[in-house]
Design a protein around this ligand. Structure first.
Ligand code: C2E
Ligand code: CA
Ligand code: CA
Ligand code: CA
Length: 274
């Protein structure tokens, strides 16, 4: 998108306008989509390598647009945030994910991603309570995934909400660990239950630098008494390298891509019989 040559402005500006127009259109579509129930959750398993079983699933949002087809959450979540729709969308995710997880074996958890903007909502905690009550899901089976960007505005409010989540028995997980801009200070001010090693470090475990990072994140999680999970495992070599570093819980296309709920019994059977 960035262009440094001096003639770039004329080229760039119409494109930007089109982009804005497209974005505004999509924001309108988003509002309609919430009413038309065009959203769907897909589920990707967490695998506990110690006993080769599915320990839980992460809920990943999908938008089946009537004309444009499947739209990626990396595209529409920022739009939903801008359009002030993330709160409604987030509540829908919590309700739907908890209701689905309540039908699974009790040993399995459900992980829900929360956007930092949802922490600005006055009702986040009561929304979670309602999702748990409506579904009958035990709080211990709900995991919340947040990213480091949540800590950009150093607010006590965020820490208080996270503490309340933990007090209820939820697992609070730090997603994409190591990719954010914030310092490690928040780790000492708030103890997470779990760290998720970002897929960028897993992708090329052949590189000495990446092994060193993975090793130190696992060491950090152990000394801070946190669980650790690695995401983005695509190959057997990556799985073996992580296992050798002492990482037990894993997630990635190697085990399963995200799947609609109807497919989960098959996903569980495939992983167990592997
Ligand atoms: P994330 O939370 O880091 O999720 C991991 C992303 O990596 C997912 O993309 C997943 O499909 C993909 N992935 C999983 N295994 C592999 C693998 O082995 N290789 C590769 N290359 N990719 C893998 P997805 O589903 O497109 O989601 C993108 C991002 O959108 C998520 O990143 C998350 O930040 C956001 N997102 C998804 N669902 C929700 C939601 O319900 N609420 C919020 N606030 N954000 C969501
Ligand atoms: Ca996540
Ligand atoms: Ca992630
Ligand atoms: Ca990510």
């Amino acid at each position: 998108e960035e262009r440094s040559d001096s003639g770039a402005f004329e080229l760039f500006e119409p494109a930007l306008r089109a982009n804005l127009k497209q974005r505004r259109e999509m924001e309108l579509d988003l509002k309609a989509a919430l009413d038309a129930e065009e959203f769907e959750l897909y589920y990707q398993p967490f695998v506990d390598m110690a006993d080769k079983r599915v320990s839980g699933f992460e809920a990943l949002l999908r938008w089946r647009h009537p004309e444009k087809g499947m739209i990626s959450p990396s595209v529409f979540i920022p739009l939903a945030e801008e359009a002030g729709l993330i709160e409604r969308l987030g509540v829908w995710c919590l309700e739907t994910a908890c209701a689905e997880a309540a039908t699974w074996p009790e040993s399995m958890t459900i992980s829900v991603n929360l956007s930092p903007m949802q922490f600005k909502s006055a009702t986040l905690l009561s929304d979670i309570d309602r999702a748990l009550n409506n579904s009958g899901l035990a709080a211990e089976r709900l995991q919340i995934e947040v990213t480091e960007s949540l800590f950009l505005d150093e607010s006590d409010r965020v820490l208080d909400i996270l503490k309340e989540m933990r007090r209820r028995g939820l697992t609070v997980s730090m997603d994409d660990f190591g990719t954010g801009y914030s310092s490690l200070g928040y780790l000492s001010r708030f103890s997470f239950n779990k760290i998720k090693i970002d897929q960028s470090f897993v992708r090329d475990m052949g590189r000495a630098e990446n092994i060193a990072i993975v090793r130190s994140v696992i060491g950090l999680s152990k000394s801070l008494n946190m669980q650790v999970i690695a995401e983005g495992i695509e190959t057997e070599d990556q799985m073996r390298a992580l296992l050798a570093e002492g990482c037990r819980e894993m997630q990635g296309y190697f085990f399963s891509t995200p799947q609609p709920k109807e497919e989960l019994p098959r996903v569980i059977a495939d992983i167990t019989n592997r």
